[in-house]
Design a protein around this ligand. Structure first.
Ligand SMILES: Nc1ncnc2c1ncn2[C@@H]1O[C@H](COP(=O)(O)OP(=O)(O)OP(=O)(O)O)[C@@H](O)[C@H]1O
Ligand SMILES: [Mg+2]
Length: 357
């Protein structure tokens, strides 16, 4: 609104232009103050006084920069000669700044967006400054930025954990295959040769030694087979989850029922499901004192549900050892969940749900 339009409104309403301006400046939500050519506050509207925490008579006559603009938001001093608010008085330009800060009378800062425009006066060039408290907006922006960084970091941890597990699984697969195709096959050939030698040996003493060697070789083969099963059973790669878990269950010293989907999944997912069941079954044998155990793997919704349930003594806790914690990590690496229900005396139900992409 120009001076002449203020005058016109004044004439129409029967008010002095000064009263019109005063009414306008007291009712606008923006804070407004005016400084003279020396930077002294000549005028401040009620919104400015309220935001800065001053009474009018306390603020008028003070030099604005050392009063409300003396430090930056990071707490470092703000030399007056570097202050952009000086420029309107020096050069006649209008300056707009967003995200700066002003200081209240009580010494606390708040974030502001302001514009400072030159104002010709009889004594020289002053400036009119209009500002607004933007603390809430900036805090919201900063919180959103922090959240985005946190999210990215969490995603990176999740991805790197998945990469580490995948690399370990690949290595286990290779090791399992090498053991199965290498040492295990060789030992089987040694066993056959020993059996042939024993069959055609007429010497009773040498025959006794050969029988002993056969027994040792058979035990070594069984031990190696168990080792391969723990590392990565070949059957999991060649025939899938159902066959691998059947063979795992067949060696358990307790009543076991198995119901596993015949579908094939990505090798990493099959390995994860297999190791969940292997660890859960090892726990049942080691800790549960159970008579029966049920293993079930089926597709539910858009995921794979793996459940191992025993009728043993219960009391399983994920914090107890590295086994269950490892399962929780495995589940998390696949965006899945681990749930353990294990009241003392009421058996244990371990359930892992993994979404299938
Ligand atoms: N099926 C279960 N029945 C009863 N207790 C269990 C069962 N499974 C686990 N627990 C208890 O929970 C604890 C944690 O199990 P977890 O598999 O993490 O460790 P662990 O088997 O003792 O050692 P690790 O698996 O590292 O070799 C076990 O020490 C055991 O006390
Ligand atoms: Mg364990």
């Amino acid at each position: 609104m120009t001076t002449s339009s203020v005058q016109r409104v004044g004439e129409r309403l029967g008010l002095a232009p000064r009263d019109v301006l005063e009414a306008l400046l007291s009712s606008v939500p923006d804070a407004v103050y005016v400084v003279d050519p020396d930077g002294r506050v000549e005028f401040a509207n009620p919104a400015a006084l309220e935001l800065l925490g001053y009474e009018e008579e306390e603020l008028l006559g003070r030099i604005s920069h050392p009063t409300i603009h003396h430090h930056r938001w990071d707490g470092t001093p703000f030399p007056q000669e570097e202050c952009p608010m000086l420029r309107p008085r020096q050069t006649g330009e209008t300056v707009r700044v967003d995200g700066d800060c002003f200081w209240r009378k009580d010494g606390t800062p708040f974030r502001v967006a302001y514009s400072s425009a030159p104002l010709p006066m009889s004594t020289g060039r002053g400036a009119v400054v209009v500002f607004r408290d933007v603390t809430a907006r900036i805090e919201a922006e900063e919180a959103a930025r922090r959240e985005a960084v946190e999210r990215a970091r969490a995603q990176e941890i999740h991805d790197s954990r998945a990469r580490i597990l995948a690399a370990a699984d690949t290595e286990r697969r290779r090791l399992g295959r090498d053991l199965h195709d290498g040492a295990q096959q060789r030992l089987v050939r040694v066993l056959l040769a020993l059996k042939q030698a024993e069959g055609s040996c007429g010497d009773p003493v040498a025959g006794g030694h050969l029988r002993e060697a056969i027994r040792e070789a058979e035990e070594a083969i069984a031990e190696l087979r168990d080792l391969v099963t723990g590392v990565h059973p070949a059957i999991l790669t060649t025939r899938g989850l159902a066959a691998a878990i059947d063979s795992l269950a067949a060696r358990l010293p307790l009543i076991t029922t198995v119901s596993v989907t015949d579908r094939r999944f990505a090798p990493s997912l099959e390995a994860a499901a297999y190791f969940v069941v292997a660890e859960a079954l090892t726990n049942v044998v080691k800790h549960a004192g159970a008579e029966e155990v049920h293993v079930r793997i089926d597709e539910r919704g858009d995921g794979l549900c793996i459940e191992v349930k025993d009728d043993g003594r219960g009391g399983a806790r994920a914090e107890g050892g590295s086994g269950l914690r490892g399962l929780a990590d495995r589940a998390a690496a696949f965006d899945g969940t681990l749930e353990i229900v294990s009241e003392p005396g009421q058996g244990t139900r371990l359930r892992v749900a993994i979404p299938v992409p």
